[in-house]
Every structure is written in C-alpha cells, then in structure tokens.
Design a protein around this ligand. Structure first.
Ligand SMILES: Cc1cc2nc3c(=O)[nH]c(=O)nc-3n(C[C@H](O)[C@H](O)[C@H](O)COP(=O)(O)OP(=O)(O)OC[C@H]3O[C@@H](n4cnc5c(N)ncnc54)[C@H](O)[C@@H]3O)c2cc1C
Ligand code: FES
Length: 294
C-alpha cells in the first residue's frame, strides 16, 4: 500500500513495508543496530530521513516509533536491499527491539521527513550527541563519495574538502559504531563527559576549537539532546556558520495527522508558529527554531 506525503520543496513517497530483520549487532552499552530487508525503503531514503517502526504482531506498543537511517544495506552489485538503524534502549519498544532476532518480521513506515540537505560547503562538520550520531554515517558517506542515496540518487555537486564528525557521549562505553565511521577522508574527534575517551567535556568545545581554525565556508549538521543542540546553535551563531539541527521530537503518527510532534518555528513577521517535525523536519535551519530557552 502506498501513500504520498508532500511538503514544501519536496514530494516523498512514504510506504508501509513488512520488513524482515536480517541482522542484529550490539554497538555499545544499551545500544544496538538492526538491519531490515526492505529494498524499496533502501532505494528511496536519503541521509537524515527516518521511518516509523512497530512490531508486526500485537498491539503493544500500538504506535510506531521514529528511527533515523544509519545506512542503506546493499548487495554485492551495489543494489539497495534494505536499511540499518541504530537505537539506544530507553523504553517499551526499544526494550522489545533489543530482543529482535534474524527472521522476525516488523512493520516499517517510510521514508519520512526531509533529511539533511546535500552538502554544499568547503568544510562539513557533523556534531553528534549520544545516539544522535546515527544520521551521520550516511551523511559522511554521501559527502565523501562513498555512497549515493535516494531515487533518483542525489548528486553532490560540490564535495566538501573536509568532512568531520565531532561525537560526544557520557562515557566511552556509549561510543557506538566507531568502526563504521572509520572510512577514508572522515576525521573523527571524540568527547566524553568523564574523559574516558577523547576530550574531557562537551562536544561543543571541540566545535569551538574547530571553528576557530576553519569557520569560513563551514556548515554544521547537528543531532543530539536538545541542550546540546541549543549550545551548538549558539556556537554557530557566534561564528556566523550556517547550522542545521535534526530534532528528535516524540512522534505518534509520523505523517502529519496528530500534531504530537510540533515545534516552534519563526515566521517572517517576527512571530512564531507551530510546525510538525515529522513532515517539515526533522531537519531545520537553527535560526528558524525557537529553542526552548529562547
Ligand atoms: C526523527 C527521529 C529520529 C530518531 N532516531 C533515533 C535513532 O536513530 N535511534 C534512537 O535510538 N532513537 C531515535 N529517536 C528517538 C526514538 O524515537 C525514541 O527513543 C523511541 O521512540 C523510544 O521508544 P520506546 O518505546 O522505547 O520508549 P517509550 O516507552 O515511548 O518512552 C520511554 C521514555 O523515553 C522518553 N522518550 C521517548 N521518546 C523520546 C524522545 N524522542 N526524546 C526524549 N525522550 C523520549 C519518554 O518520555 C519516556 O520517558 C528518534 C526520534 C525522532 C523524532
Ligand atoms: S507525528 Fe503526528 S503530526 Fe507529526
């Protein structure tokens, strides 16, 4: 069954899929990655888009939960055969998901949302906090020319000269997918609250250091907890660097019907209005958003 979800600037096809789990691996403490056989979704999805997942059987939980694309899975010939996503166990569905095994069939609805723009800058800096690193594997692969995404495939006209991941977590045991991020051309810098890996302190300190040496023609893509995104937006504003934030607003439907995912977006008249993160986001320019301490 297919349903078209259209919104300004884009018209994307979201479909309901019955997808088979084809792999489960533990990435870090309380953190897993799941591969789903789902060729159509793998073909259509672009970095920063997401999908809603729920169990195929039963009604608990009744509502799907949103998860970002980690990467597209491909066969030996490079054809998209599915998607992989990463998740941290926080509640009902993610606890169930940590017990999913190969062969389980699950319900997936996507691709959803707008995704990150195709990079168009000299220096692309991805700033991730906690499980907010998941969108940046595909972002980095696309920026570095290691993969193409979307149907038809998006093309990167101006490839960044440098692509960097600044990745902060509480402690080294939460660092997830570092092997996946080891790819030619990607610079990775780590920060941990307790100093158990990389810089001791916030990932935004790494961003400040980075922008002190290379702010000109840099773009920042950020995903993580809201206070960290607020701090990232403030640093970018100070350096005059364009910044995009991917919001992780809780969502109930994923296609614009329930208004459970609204966020405050600035309007041209100086006021603000609510916008649905599931169809107008999850990625927004930072200056568009009225972040909660504003
Ligand atoms: C666009 C988008 C992409 C996302 N991508 C990922 C991803 O790639 N990997 C990942 O692990 N998570 C991701 N999330 C967050 C993920 O959807 C939630 O962790 C998930 O819904 C929790 O489901 P649950 O049933 O396990 O928890 P629930 O039982 O629903 O809730 C458990 C607890 O978590 C809290 N909670 C639920 N959702 C959120 C949230 N979004 N932010 C803060 N607290 C929340 C609840 O208030 C509650 O306290 C994404 C969210 C969005 C909107
Ligand atoms: S999740 Fe229902 S409107 Fe966005």
């Amino acid at each position: 069954m297919g349903t078209e979800t259209c919104f300004p600037g884009q018209c994307l096809q979201a479909r309901q899929h019955a997808a088979t789990v084809s792999g489960v691996r533990q990435l870090a403490r309380d953190t897993w990655a799941v591969k789903l056989d789902c060729p159509q979704l793998g073909q259509d999805i672009v970095p920063g888009q997401f999908f809603m997942i729920r169990p195929q059987q039963g009604s608990d939980p009744l509502l799907g939960r949103p998860f970002a694309l980690f990467d597209v899975c491909r066969d030996a010939g490079g054809r998209a055969i599915g998607v992989e996503f990463g998740f941290v166990r926080v509640g009902k569905l993610t606890s169930l998901m940590s017990g999913w095994r190969e062969g389980d069939v699950v319900s997936v609805w996507g691709p959803l949302g707008n995704g990150f723009p195709v990079p168009e800058c000299r220096h692309l800096i991805c700033v991730a906090g906690g499980i907010g690193q998941t969108p940046f594997l595909a972002v980095a692969r696309e920026a570095l020319g290691h993969g193409t995404y979307g149907n038809p495939p998006r093309s990167v006209i101006r490839r960044p000269e440098t692509t960097t991941l600044l990745y902060g977590v509480r402690s080294s045991s939460y660092l997830a997918g570092l092997e996946d991020f080891r790819m030619p051309g990607l610079e990775v810098s780590l920060a941990t609250d307790d100093g158990s890996a990389g810089h001791r302190g916030y990932v935004t300190s790494l961003l400040e250091q980075r922008l002190q040496s290379a702010a000109a023609d840099s773009h920042v893509y950020c995903c993580g907890p809201e206070p960290m995104m607020r701090a990232t937006a403030a640093v970018c504003e100070r350096f005059g660097v364009p910044c995009w934030l991917s919001l992780e607003t809780p969502m109930a439907c994923g296609f614009g019907a329930c208004f459970s995912c609204v966020t405050k977006v600035r309007q041209p008249d100086g006021g603000w209005d609510y916008r649905r993160t599931c169809i107008e986001g999850p990625v927004f320019r930072a200056e568009q958003l009225v972040l909660s301490e504003d």
